[in-house]
Design a protein around this ligand. Structure first.
Ligand SMILES: [Ca+2]
Ligand SMILES: [Ca+2]
Length: 263
C-alpha cells in the first residue's frame, strides 16, 4: 500500500516536472516546433524538380498547364474559347486527377521577370527549393523565410486595386502569417497551406493580405477575368490534406477583406 502511494506521488511529480519541462523541450526543438517543418521540407526536397515557363493568364493557358478540360472550366462559367471536349464528367475528373497528382508530387522551379511596382524596371522573381527571391538587377530585395515552403507564385492584381501583386502559395506551421491577431491563443500548429499576397513599394516587398489555414491546399492559382467584367477572379486548383487523389477547381473573387467563393 505504501509502495503504491509512493508510485502515485512519484508519477504525479514526474507529470508536474514534464508539464513544466514541456515548453522548454518545445523551445529546444526550434521554438516554433521546427522539427515537424524540417521533416516536411526534407520530403518536399526529395520530390522531382519541375520547370514551368509560363504564368497562366488566360483560360487557354490553364487548359494547357493544369491538365484541365474546357468542359471543367465552362462548368465554372469560364469561356474556354474552344469547343468543349466530348467526354463524360468522369473522364474530365480523371485528367484533372492525373495532372493534379503530377503537380502535387513535384518541386517547382520557376523564374519570372515582372514590373510589380510600375517603375519601368522589371524585377526577377525566382522560386527554387521552396524559397522565392525577388531581385532588382543583381540586388536581392527579398526572400521568403526559411520557415515557409513556397509551392507556387503568380503575379497580378489579386485585389483589383489597380496595383500588381506577388501572390504565393505557402506551406507553413500555424494558422496565421506574420501578422497573427493578438487575441488568438492556442493556435493550431499543424503545417497547412496559405495564400499570401505582397506588393513592391519603395523598393521593399510588403505584405498586403495573408490567409489563415486554407480549407484545402492550393496546388495552383491564377488571376483571370473569366466573366469579362474587367476584374480578375482567382481560379484555384485545389487538392486535399487527406486524400492525395482528390482535386477540384474553384473560382473566387476579392471582396475587400478576402476572397469569396463564386463557384
Ligand atoms: Ca519595377
Ligand atoms: Ca492589387
Amino acid at each position: 500500500m505504501k509502495m503504491r502511494r509512493w508510485l502515485v506521488s512519484g508519477l504525479l511529480v514526474a507529470g508536474c516536472l514534464l508539464s513544466w519541462l514541456a515548453p522548454a523541450i518545445r523551445q529546444q526543438a526550434g521554438g516554433e516546433g521546427l522539427g515537424g517543418f524540417a521533416a516536411f521540407r526534407k520530403a518536399r526536397l526529395e520530390l522531382p524538380e519541375r520547370y514551368e515557363s509560363i504564368c497562366p493568364g488566360t483560360v487557354g493557358d490553364i487548359i494547357n498547364t493544369w491538365g484541365v478540360s474546357p468542359a471543367e472550366l465552362e462548368g465554372l462559367g469560364l469561356v474556354a474559347g474552344r469547343p468543349a471536349k466530348n467526354g463524360t464528367e468522369g473522364e474530365d475528373s480523371n485528367s484533372l486527377a492525373a495532372e493534379g497528382k503530377n503537380l502535387a508530387e513535384s518541386r517547382l522551379t520557376k523564374v519570372r521577370y515582372f514590373d510589380l511596382d510600375g517603375d519601368g524596371i522589371r524585377e526577377r522573381y525566382s522560386l527554387r527549393d521552396g524559397i522565392i527571391k525577388a531581385e532588382v538587377g543583381s540586388r536581392l530585395i527579398w526572400e521568403s523565410p526559411a520557415s515557409w515552403w513556397v509551392d507556387y507564385f503568380f503575379l497580378g492584381d489579386a485585389n483589383n486595386d489597380g496595383w500588381q501583386e506577388l501572390n504565393l502559395l505557402v506551406w507553413k506551421e500555424g494558422s496565421f502569417g506574420p501578422q497573427q491577431p493578438f487575441w488568438v491563443e492556442g493556435e493550431d500548429r499543424s503545417i497547412k497551406n496559405h495564400l499570401f499576397i505582397f506588393k513592391l513599394e519603395e523598393g521593399e516587398i510588403k505584405p498586403v493580405w495573408q490567409s489563415s489555414n486554407l480549407d484545402r491546399p492550393n496546388l495552383r492559382a491564377a488571376l483571370i477575368d473569366g466573366n469579362g467584367d474587367g476584374k480578375k477572379e482567382l481560379l484555384a486548383l485545389e487538392g486535399s490534406y487527406t486524400d492525395s487523389g482528390k482535386f477540384q477547381l474553384t473560382l473566387w473573387e476579392w471582396n475587400g477583406w478576402g476572397f469569396s467563393r463564386l463557384r
